[in-house]
Structures are given as structure tokens and as C-alpha cells.
Design a protein around this ligand. Structure first.
Ligand code: NCD
Length: 338
């Protein structure tokens, strides 16, 4: 694909060489994300951050990534405060907002809505999650994290063994991740969920067409014993009719230190797109794992920043200029203090 000016709506747009370009660009962003250097390469550009559904990390991460490249961010949060409640169509909103912005990130509760919005936008649109459909930037930062975690063990994504656990029906991050893994070779994917929340057929098909080994199960402990990565997810309560329906599944698959130690191979990496549901009745990833060095959840969020910086740099065609418009950071950097 050609990144310049492109919408990022689905993982289906990507080929493996695109992922390589994105990830190698992300590597270059790290000193800027860590405030070792600063760059103004996007000076004068405006990101429209439109989040019509709850978000903390995705929204702030996109906004911070844009700021770190020197751009400005304008936000609209929640549909109650937008003109959509006055009956405005997504198309009109897109036409208007693309007059204010150079790139737009959008999250919306309805599947396909971001694509609809993108058709009427005059600037590139990045899908920050459309209902239970896709969340491409999350899958990209997840795969970047997987690549880094494995490369520390001299392994690559080809040959990966991963267990995805929880709400695989409504979890958009695992949908995008399955599509992404279909670009690689010889992957084993163990899909652990209650039968009612199983991975939809189209994603299973993508994995099978790629020649991957796919195991569908509702047994947690046997599934985590032979994998490199355990990827836990939250029950997507907001997609259920009511809280009681979600309660039927909440807390079904819990990973804690005792289960990890008993069943996982040493150094199995633990991931989660976050937020983890830490309420006692859910607790899919226990806090007693927080001191485990294999818990990669905060490395995922850190990596999210650099992957999103790389997306902006490629879409706005400034990746090759970042260094030119950079300088040292003048202010005290608290991260460098021990
Ligand atoms: C995920 C999402 O919104 O799909 N969160 C995120 O963006 N990191 C996962 C979730 O909400 O469970």
C-alpha cells in the first residue's frame, strides 16, 4: 500500500512489506517518544481526534503521538456533545471536520461507521475502533510488541504460538490481530472463549487460509501451556444487551500468578489491550502478575505511542524528515532520573 494520504480502516489493507515499513519507522520514533530528542516535523498540522465511544489510551496515545511530532490536536469526545445528536449525518460531520484537520482519528460504536465517515472526508481517517469490527492501530502495536518480545529471544513472528482468551466475539482488537497474523507463516492460534463468545468465522477462515494451526476451545489451563504469548481480553460489556448478560461470562477465564506458574512455559509473555477489568467479579488479569517481568501490558501502551507516531509520519509523508526537524530536549526529562 501507499501510506501517503491513505485512510487506515482495516488490517485487510496491509501487506507484509507495509508492516515492515511501519515497524522500522516506529523504531526511529523511540528517542522522540522517550523525550531524548524532539521534533517539529508536523508543525502546523492538526489532528481531529473524534471519539464517539469511551476511550482513554487510544485517544490520548493518538493525540500524544501527534503532539510529539510537533502537531496540534483538537478533540471531540462522546456523541452527546457532538452535532450527531442533532441528527447530523456522519457524511456532513466528516466533510466539516476534514476542513479543520489534516488527519482524523475516529472511534464510533457502529461497525462500518468509520469507513462511511472516511468516504466523505477530504483528509486521511484512521479507525480507532468501529463497534466490534476492527481496531487496526491496536493490532499493529500488539504485533510490534510481539515482534520485540520475541526478538529478545532470537525468535520472529513466523512460528509464533499465541493463545487469545476471553470475549473473542465482540473484541475488535483480536479480530484485527487475527487478520494481521494471517500475513505471517506457521502460526499457532489457540482461541479460548465461552462457546457463545467464540471468534467469528471470517477471522477463523483468514487464519486457516494462511495455513495456520487454529485450535478453538473453552479450556483455559490446557491452552496456555504451550504458547509464547497469552493475550487476555475483557468481556465487552457495552456490546451486550445489559449488564446481566455480560455477567454470565465475566470472570470465566482468569489468569493469576499461581495459574501462570503452574501452567505456562517459563517466560510466556502476557498481553492485554487494556483496560483490564479489575473488579473482583471479572479480574481477567490479576494484579499479582504485576511484578512478573513477562507482563508486557505497559510495554504495549508505550509501543502504541511509537507505532502511532510512525503511522502519522508515513500518512503525512514526513518520516524521512523527522531527523532534519529535530533537536535536543532542553527541559529536565524525568524519565532519565533513576
Ligand atoms: C480496546 C478497545 O477499545 O477495543 N481498548 C483499547 O483500545 N486499548 C479493548 C477493550 O476496550 O476491551
Amino acid at each position: 500500500m501507499n501510506f501517503t494520504g491513505a485512510h487506515i480502516l482495516s488490517i485487510a489493507q496491509f501487506e507484509r512489506q507495509d508492516i515492515d515499513l511501519l515497524f522500522r519507522t516506529a523504531d526511529l520514533m523511540e528517542p522522540y517518544a522517550q523525550r531524548k530528542r524532539m521534533t517539529r516535523v508536523l508543525e502546523g498540522a492538526i489532528l481531529g481526534n473524534m471519539f464517539f465511544e469511551p476511550s482513554t489510551r487510544t485517544r490520548i496515545s493518538f493525540g500524544s503521538a501527534f503532539n510529539l511530532l510537533g502537531g496540534e490536536v483538537r478533540e471531540s469526545v462522546g456523541s452527546e456533545s457532538s452535532s450527531l445528536v442533532k441528527g447530523e449525518s456522519l457524511e456532513d460531520t466528516a466533510r466539516v471536520l476534514s476542513g479543520y484537520s489534516d488527519v482524523i482519528c475516529m472511534r464510533h460504536p457502529r461497525e462500518g461507521s468509520v469507513e462511511e465517515f472516511a468516504k466523505a472526508s477530504r483528509v486521511p481517517v484512521i479507525n480507532g475502533g468501529d463497534g466490534s469490527n476492527e481496531h487496526p492501530s491496536q493490532a499493529l502495536l500488539d504485533l510490534y510488541t510481539i515482534e520485540r518480545e520475541l526478538s529478545a529471544k532470537h525468535r520472529s513472528i513466523d512460528g509464533l504460538r499465541i493463545a487469545m482468551i476471553g470475549d473473542l466475539k465482540y473484541g475488535r482488537t483480536v479480530h484485527s490481530l487475527c487478520k494481521l497474523l494471517s500475513l505471517y507463516r506457521n502460526v499457532t492460534v489457540v482461541l479460548v472463549s465461552p462457546q457463545e463468545l467464540a471468534m467469528p468465522e471470517e477471522y477463523l477462515q483468514a487464519l486457516r487460509e494462511a495455513g495456520h494451526r487454529v485450535i478453538v476451545t473453552d479450556q483455559l489451563e490446557a491452552s496456555i501451556s504451550n504458547v509464547d504469548i497469552v493475550y487476555s481480553t475483557r468481556i465487552q460489556e457495552e456490546r451486550f444487551l445489559d449488564r446481566q448478560q455480560a455477567d454470565l461470562y465475566r470472570g470465566r477465564f482468569r489468569l493469576n500468578s499461581a495459574i501462570y506458574t503452574q501452567h505456562c512455559e517459563p517466560n510466556t509473555v502476557i498481553m492485554h489491550p487494556l483496560p483490564r477489568d479489575s473488579r473482583a467479579e471479572a479480574n481477567e488479569l490479576d494484579k499479582d502478575l504485576d511484578d512478573n517481568p513477562n507482563l508486557a501490558i505497559f510495554r504495549q501502551t508505550d509501543n502504541g505511542l511509537i507505532v502511532r507516531m510512525a503511522m502519522f509520519a508515513l500518512i503525512l509523508d514526513v518520516a524521512h524528515l523527522v531527523e532534519t526537524y529535530s533537536r535536543d530536549v532542553r527541559w529536565h526529562n524525568p524519565r532519565t532520573q533513576s
